[in-house]
Design a protein around this ligand. Structure first.
Ligand code: AMP
Ligand code: GLY
Length: 423
């Protein structure tokens, strides 16, 4: 079968790497791809926003499955256009992708279905927001409504911070926001494949969102991750599926907008049990890199079963028990304007040291590989424990020669401390 992969980041390199291992695969195409993805796929110059061009390509190249990596084409309805043209696609419709695209939509669904999440108010003006702030007290969380690439959220510890976040948001005409209760606990991510009806738990992970060591500095798309997340015990995972994920999937089907794809649940493990922080309608980046490292099944077969609504007939997903950990190397300046063009060497050395290097913002320059974006590489390894996976990943990082790059030194440290305590 020929497969077309949409996207060109570290998540998509990990997907390409795993798709390429499937005995079912004939040709893997990727649009736009990147130099890492090119090792596994034929890159095609397709305008992803031109849905007719994408469906036309699928027809002329006998593509049997399209895998959509990022959220933007989902929210833009690419999956709808492909389905309408009779092409099997892994990824939700635009209506279902609202679970990620609109925080207000998700909060209202949680309220209707009795899904545990932070108490909230949807506000459409500065005055409504101020009234909500008065009700909630501090700490409080202020969120822009709509896709904001992880940047539209302020966790305000003081009233003043909350008010200035609200003032910033409503400086734009027509802005809407969600004001919500602050949840205390540890964050964890759970991934679940669903074809709109059947569920297949697909692993857990913990991300490191702040740019600096010790969780300091601004939020990023993610500076590192590990999988599995031991704090999400099998009992807590089962509780999350029963109280959060399954009722969501049922509610989406009941309103005629079934969700098909991967549901990425961002959870807070509170004293009162798991609560939903947010949903994403796609794999996490860099969580996907550690999930793919551990996934032991056939990714083409699995994603095709989701696309063709046959997921219920498949056995549970199998993952290697050995944990995986990834360290993101970013370009100086990230998450602000990154310095692009810096030369990158040493990928072979990193891989000889036992790592797997997934490329994100890279391009082929006149003198070889160079940086083309904020997050540049995700250096990934596995080991018998999170501690060993961590050592292997940092040993591989040491092989990389990218003078413009920087990375966090404490990925997975908290989990390693817990492993030590448990011994
Ligand atoms: P979101 O974009 O909704 O995932 O929010 C980004 C980050 O803000 C989350 O990963 C949490 O660290 C934090 N956050 C969001 N909502 C809450 C909440 N209700 N309580 C505490 N922290 C939150
Ligand atoms: N790593 C966080 C995300 O993909 O949204």
């Amino acid at each position: 079968m020929n497969v077309l992969l949409i996207g060109g980041g570290g998540r998509e390199h990990a997907l390409a790497w795993k798709l390429a291992q499937s005995p079912m695969l004939d040709i893997l195409y990727a649009a736009p791809g990147n130099p890492g993805i090119r090792q596994h796929a034929e890159l095609v110059a397709l305008d992803i926003a031109d849905h007719a061009a994408v469906t036309g390509f699928c027809r002329t190249h006998a593509v049997g499955l399209v895998v959509i990596g990022p959220e933007a084409p989902l929210v833009d309805g690419l999956a709808d256009s492909l389905r309408a043209a009779g092409v099997a696609v892994f990824g939700p419709s635009a209506a279902a992708a609202q679970l990620e695209g609109s925080k207000g939509f998700t909060k209202d669904l949680c309220a209707r279905a009795g899904i545990p999440t932070a108490a909230y108010a949807r506000v459409a003006s500065r005055a409504e927001a101020d009234a909500a702030l008065a009700r909630f007290g501090v700490p409080v969380v202020v969120k822009a409504d709509g896709l904001a690439a992880g940047k539209g959220v302020t966790v305000a510890m003081t009233r003043q911070e909350a008010e200035s976040a609200v003032a910033d948001l409503f400086a734009d005409a027509g802005a809407t926001a969600v004001i919500e209760e602050y949840l205390e606990g540890e964050e964890v991510s759970l991934f679940v494949l669903t074809d709109g009806e059947a569920l297949m738990p697909f692993g857990s992970a913990q991300d490191h969102k702040r740019v600096g060591d010790g969780d300091t500095g601004p939020n990023t798309g993610g500076m590192g991750a590990y999988s599995p997340a031991p704090i999400l015990t099998p009992a807590l995972e089962a509780e999350t599926i029963e109280t959060i994920v399954a009722p969501t999937v049922r509610a989406m089907a009941a309103t005629g907008t079934p969700f098909s794809g991967v549901l990425y649940a961002g959870l807070m493990l509170t004293a009162a049990g798991p609560k939903l922080i947010e949903y994403n309608a796609r794999f996490g980046d860099p969580e996907c890199q550690v999930l793919m490292m551990r996934f032991a099944g056939d990714l083409v077969a699995t994603l095709l079963a989701v696309a063709e609504q046959r997921l219920g007939a498949l056995p549970p997903a199998e993952f290697a028990p050995a944990p995986a950990l990834t360290v993101v190397i970013a370009a100086a300046g990230y998450p602000g304007t990154p310095r692009t063009g810096g030369g990158i060497a040493g990928i072979d050395a990193a891989e000889a040291n036992g790592g797997t290097v997934f490329q994100a913002g890279t391009r082929a320059g006149p003198d070889g590989l160079e940086a083309a974006g904020g997050r540049v590489l995700a250096v990934t390894a596995s080991g018998a424990t999170i501690g060993e996976a961590r050592e292997a990943a940092y040993a591989a990082v040491a092989g990389i020669a990218y003078p413009d790059g920087f990375y966090r030194h404490d990925i997975g440290l908290r989990a390693v401390a817990r492993e030590r305590e448990a011994r």
